[in-house]
Design a protein around this ligand. Structure first.
Ligand code: URA
Length: 198
């Protein structure tokens, strides 16, 4: 039975393969009214174990870059396109992405962030509904409609890409700095101010 409590999916059996491979459903974390929403692909082994997105090696890279950009992890929303770990860490299938789309759209609508940052190819293509060459387009801000509402999507490389290709590190950090800028974060002081407070 499919069930959602607030922004959390508490039960879902739409994807037979993912029901087999998951230990748990990994919901988004962070404030329900965050100014910035990061969206990854799907939970990996660490996320499946701990029930939180981006807590493995990619999460460490993300945390370091967030810090450098003056964004606090506790102040942003972090979600995935698909909430259950695919077997052998394969990419989610088109059908699995479609099965989870409604949950993601509900979450995006509720959070209503100033900017959505897509981490890597899968979330970028899923939300922009076109092919995306992430390495070329990283840092681009794109206006799209998601669930019928206008949204701003900032294309970003996946944090793991910086581990395999050091040249992507700078692009990653610059994109996060842009996200902080769009959310009105004061970088120099290291503190984060939320849009609309002043
Ligand atoms: N990669 C993702 O895309 N999502 C996670 O939660 C972790 C790693």
């Amino acid at each position: 039975m499919d069930e959602m409590e607030g922004l959390a999916v508490t039960d879902c059996e739409r994807c037979p393969a993912l029901c087999e491979s998951r230990n748990r459903i990994v919901n988004g974390v962070g404030p329900a009214d965050a100014d910035v929403q990061f969206i990854g692909e799907a939970p990996g082994a660490n996320e499946d174990e701990r029930g939180e997105p981006f807590v493995g090696r990619s999460g460490d890279v993300l945390d370091d870059a967030l810090l450098a950009a003056g964004l606090e992890r506790e102040a942003i929303r972090i979600s995935n396109c698909v909430r259950c770990r695919p077997p052998d860490n394969r990419d989610p299938t088109t059908e699995e992405l479609a099965n989870c789309r409604g949950y993601l759209e509900s979450e995006i609508a509720a959070v209503d962030a100033e900017v959505i940052v897509t981490l890597g190819k899968v979330p970028s293509e899923h939300l922009l509904e076109r092919d995306v060459a992430v390495t070329n387009e990283a840092g681009s801000l794109v206006d799209v409609r998601i669930g019928g509402e206008p949204r701003r999507v900032l294309i970003c490389v996946h944090p793991a890409a910086t581990l395999y290709d050091r040249s992507q590190e700078e692009t990653f950090e610059e994109t996060l700095a842009t996200a902080a800028d769009l959310a009105g974060v004061e970088t120099g002081s290291g503190g984060q101010s939320r849009l609309g407070e002043f």
